[in-house]
Design a protein around this ligand. Structure first.
Ligand SMILES: NC(=O)c1ccc[n+]([C@@H]2O[C@H](COP(=O)([O-])OP(=O)(O)OC[C@H]3O[C@@H](n4cnc5c(N)ncnc54)[C@H](OP(=O)(O)O)[C@@H]3O)[C@@H](O)[C@H]2O)c1
Length: 506
């Protein structure tokens, strides 16, 4: 079995060009860093108040319909810990357990009482959220659900309330909230309703860890709110790091809290990096399944349906990430996510296609050794690791039987047929607002595809065209990200509307 890792084309310069297949590589100014850095810094006391750059986030937390329920951001924080070992900073994983891993936070009172670590799940009714709920339910005494936030699926939320007995739940969608609030309240749970309620839950007292598993850029504000309030964040919502990686990692550093990867590839890299020093690491390698259309021609891709695109060969996931997997945009987003989590530049983060999804991530060391994490494709393992870190929980997943798995194969990604991976590298190299634009344009294009209004190859074409029109600007705060996001959505919608018009005219 040989791993030939790829370096997809990453043309440089601030001006993004339509990407597919361009083989040049750029200067990578935005991705500079060169070595694994630490987000360490001394944790800041709560008395300092919200960081200026994300003040709107803290304010937004008060917009929910039940303002009285909103705790003052960070008001219930336990004191941040002092280092507990002399070897602070072992993992070399910035924001995800570098020097922050050498610190320990005082256990909360309910932890001391043996009730387990309090967890809030944002996006509890989704694919990740449901698996997280299962992990929590199967670890009584170790983990405990404090709050569950959903979009609109009140029926599933009700089931989860009955199983997990949280203190509080949130439904972001006002209509679903109106319908389900009385039903949920009969279960004795507090119910928040309306836009911003997930953000309120992200800062809820009694929870030490927040699982961020809302889909898309909608997860950004709640993620920032949780970090700002001093919660460790188990991060599934990669889009928040893609759109605002600099901001998110800065807030985590300033608050002295952890960003713990949930994505299986990043969890694998994180596990491989435990105990390593930055200078030992040469490259990170993310594996990609290749999605349901691996090996297909461009012509064949033009005919795929949404139902085919969401049918992933190895993973059962939400619709958006399944389509991202099929276009390889998911792997592109993950490259950007890895850059922000581990502090390596684009040219030291590679992708290899591994259709069996057994090897999840590899770290190439300077002496030529490569370490990897292998596991059956089951998200409950990385979710559990992020919720329990630095401890390990009991086995909840099936044992990996390598003999039964048989052959493990590896190949280069086909960035000619699937240009989204290369587009993501370009956006990372361009830096500033470019990744936020990539992400927003992709969300719009995927939604149009799922609605049957755009052919599959149109996703990459739309993203490339929007990126091509964008002049990246530096990100100094949340407003820059939101502005870029809104601009990209408007551009994408205009392009998509034009495409529909043209389609009708034919
Ligand atoms: N699924 C995986 O295996 C996997 C693996 C790695 C990373 N991820 C990442 O994890 C995130 C979630 O993925 P998923 O597959 O679990 O997605 P999903 O199945 O579509 O679930 C999304 C969740 O977010 C909620 N939601 C959507 N919009 C919301 C909003 N505006 N406010 C509050 N809640 C909202 C949904 O609520 P309702 O359903 O109640 O409307 C649902 O609970 C994504 O960022 C994805 O990239 C997923």
């Amino acid at each position: 079995m040989g791993v030939r890792s790829s370096r997809p084309p990453v043309p440089g310069g601030n001006r993004l060009r339509q990407a597919a297949g361009d083989g040049a590589r750029g200067s990578g100014a935005a991705a500079a860093g060169g070595s694994i850095q630490s987000l360490a810094g001394e944790p800041k006391g709560e008395a300092e108040g919200p960081l200026k750059s994300i003040a709107p986030v803290a304010a937004a937390g008060r917009r929910a319909q039940e303002p009285a329920a909103a705790p003052a951001a960070g008001s219930t924080q336990p004191p941040l810990s002092e280092p507990v070992r002399g070897d602070a900073g072992p993992s070399g994983c910035r924001g995800a357990g570098g020097p922050v891993a050498g610190r320990r936070r005082e256990p909360g009172p309910r932890d001391e009482a043996g009730a387990g670590t309090g967890v809030v799940i944002l996006g509890s009714t989704g694919s990740i959220g449901r698996q997280a709920a299962d992990v929590i339910a199967r670890m009584p005494g170790r983990l405990r659900a404090v709050g569950l936030a959903a979009g609109r699926d009140g029926a599933r939320l009700l089931e989860q309330v009955r199983r997990l007995k949280p203190e509080v739940v949130a439904l972001e969608d006002p209509e679903a909230g109106r319908r389900w609030k009385p039903v949920l309240e009969r279960e004795g749970v507090r119910v928040l309703v309306g836009p911003g309620s997930a953000e309120v839950l992200a800062t809820w007292p009694g929870a030490r860890r927040v699982l961020s598993a809302i889909t898309g850029a909608a997860g950004l504000r709640p993620t920032l709110a949780a970090l700002e309030a001093g919660r460790d964040v188990a991060l599934a919502n990669k889009e928040s790091l893609v759109a605002a990686g600099d901001l998110v990692t800065r807030v985590a550093a300033a608050r002295g809290v952890r960003l713990l990867p949930v994505d299986s590839e990043h969890s694998a890299l994180f596990q491989c990096l435990q105990g390593r020093r930055a200078e030992e690491v040469e490259r990170l390698i993310l594996t990609a399944s290749g999605g349901p259309f691996r090996g297909w021609s461009r012509e064949a891709l033009a005919r795929v349906t949404p139902a085919e695109a969401v049918r992933h060969p190895n993973w059962s996931m939400g619709a958006k990430i399944s389509v991202d997997s099929a276009t390889l945009m998911n792997k592109g987003l993950e490259v950007i996510e890895a850059h922000w989590l581990f502090g390596l530049p684009a040219e030291r983060i590679a992708v290899v296609v591994h259709p069996q999804s057994i090897v999840h991530g590899l770290v190439e060391l300077v002496d030529g050794a490569t370490v990897a994490v292998l596991a059956r494709p089951d998200m409950r393992q990385p979710i559990q690791y992020a919720l329990c870190y630095p401890e390990r929980g009991p086995r909840l997943v099936e044992r990996l039987d390598l003999a039964a798995a048989g052959m493990l194969t590896f190949e280069e990604p086909d960035t000619g047929t699937f240009p989204c991976l290369a587009l993501a590298y370009q956006a990372l190299q361009a830096g500033g607002t470019a990744p936020a634009v990539l992400n927003a344009a992709n969300e719009e294009a995927v939604a149009a595809f799922l609605a049957g209004k755009l052919p599959f190859p149109g996703i990459a074409e739309t993203v490339a065209a929007v990126l091509d029109r964008h002049r990246p600007r530096p990100v100094t705060g949340l407003d820059d990200v939101l502005e870029a996001d809104a601009w990209a959505r408007a551009e994408a919608r205009a392009l998509l509307a034009g495409a529909w018009e043209a389609g009708r005219a034919e």
